[in-house]
Design a protein around this ligand. Structure first.
Ligand code: NAX
Ligand code: ADP
Ligand code: K
Length: 486
């Protein structure tokens, strides 16, 4: 097993997401060039606006820090290019010396910072607060931005906390967020995800030495983060990987969905283990699926390394199965019933490779307290020493070594029962193919999201979990093509 992404990568990965603290470290390393960087940031923001809008009446609202400085640079550039641009200031005296310097170059009148003015313009550029936002949004800023007809954010919409995506006040949605160097985790995390609009990230010629000064630990999930196993001429089914699941009595559909997903995405062999009474029912259906009727015998087969425990199992049964799997040191993905069994006693999951809770299951395992989803997932992965796939519209995949991927490659089409079982099957297949648990989980979440999008296109936006399964082979192929292009 190899790690394609390490915490100490020599140069900043294109999909790295930078927290405000990491940005500060980078900016400190680039302190000699900081004025040039601000000019580059404003210049690039102006270019992006020109590329995406026809001239319209713009009000650039500038804050006291460097976010405001970026705004002043872009205002000057657009004005010089003949756009009708005005500037308003939250504070007449900026706190950043660079922003003061940029303000000195602006010789048009300053518009009063009042909601009535915001209303008069076609578009307000929110250059009020970015990475330096460190306390609740002032009421006047809330009122001002709310009054604007349309908004674009520089860096982040003011009021969004850059690392966690939480709101520090009433935040107004933007139609675009223009950020620099790399986006921030907040751009892809709920609730900020919903209000950042289109994310445009600009290169501002950050010196290589400064890029090297940061060691990011969060990435935006995409095929550049992982390497899928490929097919080889001497492959055989065992080499490709065997996935085993335990199926219960009442919800055989869940195990069937996981099994079908594992097969469709490329596992060499998938077997459901159940009891002698239930096996005949499980055997009706997919011809290529193997049904076993004895767990203890199945566990003795050394080729059966990867096991899925939980989909369709009541919690007590899941617990009994999990104990046996752990005893045999299998590579386990715990989901559904297995997670309910461990609620209140986390030690029951010690030794599993991956857990896949949705928000409700996660909260029962790891009470959030005052932690955000991101921080809770990171500490949960460390505490349990397992990969945590915290599912949702912004699935967070956290590894025990501190690496985190945030996935936005999904769609609301997945919000239907059974898609979680599908995801578990995909993780199982990729794990059985030899991928590292974190990378297998990241790849599975992306391929699952891609399959959801393809199924939604085919079925008018409303696919079933079964439909998502049918697109997994094609969606793996899309991931492979993207991997080749990197
Ligand atoms: N590496 C990069 O990405 C670069 C970023 N730049 C810009 O620099 C920005 C960060 O600049 P700063 O660190 O100066 O931070 P900000 O401009 O976001 O704000 C900092 C100032 O606002 C005050 N403040 C923070 N929260 C407040 C609140 N709720 N109410 C009232 N006052 C509040 C702080 O005390 C400080 O004076 C980025 O967002 C980006 O726009 C560029 O200028 C250059 C390079
Ligand atoms: N609004 C959404 N946007 C993107 N993905 C979603 C959304 N809602 C659900 N999903 C995804 O669908 C899956 C649902 O899993 P889960 O809640 O466990 O369902 P089930 O247990 O019924 O299979 C997860 O992978 C989740 O990330
Ligand atoms: K902003």
């Amino acid at each position: 097993m190899s790690h394609s992404l390490s915490l100490s990568a020599p140069i900043l990965h294109p999909r790295a997401l930078l927290t405000p603290a990491e940005t500060r470290e980078m900016d400190q390393a680039a302190s000699l060039n900081i004025e040039d960087l601000m000019v580059n940031a404003g210049t690039m923001a102006a270019r992006i606006i020109r590329q995406n809008y026809k001239p319209l009446k713009i009000l650039v609202a500038c804050g006291p820090g460097n976010n405001g400085g970026d705004g002043l640079v872009l205002a000057s550039i657009l004005k010089n290019q003949g756009w009708p641009v005005s500037v308003t200031l939250l504070k007449s005296e900026p706190s950043s010396y660079l922003t003061k310097k940029m303000l000195a170059k602006w010789d048009d009148p300053i518009i009063p910072f009042v909601p009535e003015e915001a209303k008069r313009f076609d578009l307000v550029i929110d250059a009020l607060f970015g990475a330096g936002m460190n306390r609740a949004l002032p009421h006047i800023v809330e009122k001002f931005l709310e009054a604007a007809k349309r908004r674009i954010a520089i860096d982040l919409p003011s009021g969004v906390e850059g690392e966690t995506g939480l709101f520090m006040g009433k935040v107004a949605p933007c139609e675009m967020s223009i950020c620099f160097v790399r986006p921030r985790p907040a751009h892809y995390l709920s609730p900020a995800l919903k209000i950042c609009g289109k994310i445009k990230c600009a290169d501002i010629a950050m010196p290589t030495s400064a890029l090297k000064a940061v060691s990011p630990h969060i990435w935006h999930n995409d095929p550049s983060l992982w390497q899928l196993p490929t097919q080889h001429f001497d492959d055989h089914k065992y080499k490709r990987g065997v996935v085993s699941l335990v199926g219960g009595k009442d919800m055989p559909g869940a195990a069937h969905l996981s099994a079908a997903a594992a097969r469709r995405v490329g596992a060499g062999m998938v077997r459901i283990v159940t009891s002698p009474e239930e096996a005949p029912y499980y055997r009706i259906g997919s011809a290529g699926l193997i049904i076993d009727d004895d767990l203890d015998t199945s566990l003795e087969d050394p080729r059966r390394e990867v096991w899925i425990c939980g989909p369709g199992l009541p919690h007590q049964k899941a617990g009994n199965v999990l104990k046996k799997l752990l005893d045999k040191r299998k590579s386990i993905i715990a989901d559904a019933g297995a997670l309910s069994w461990a609620a209140g006693d986390l030690s029951r999951l010690k030794g599993v490779k991956v857990i896949t809770p949705h928000a409700g299951e996660f909260a029962r395992l790891f009470p959030l307290g005052d932690k955000t989803r991101l921080k809770a997932a990171i500490s949960a992965a460390k505490e349990l020493d397992s990969v945590i796939v915290l599912k949702g519209e912004d699935t967070i995949i956290a590894a025990p070594d501190g690496r985190v991927a945030i996935n936005s490659h999904a769609s609301t089409a997945l919000a239907t029962a059974g898609t979680g079982d599908v995801l578990t099957g995909v993780i199982g297949a990729l794990l059985s193919g030899g991928m590292h648990p974190w990378e297998a989980s990241c790849a599975a979440v992306w391929i699952h999201g891609q399959a959801g999008q393809m199924a939604a296109k085919e079925y008018g936006g409303w696919p079933l979990a079964e439909d998502v399964v049918t697109f997994l082979g094609k969606s793996r192929h899309v991931a492979e093509q993207k991997m080749k292009k990197q």
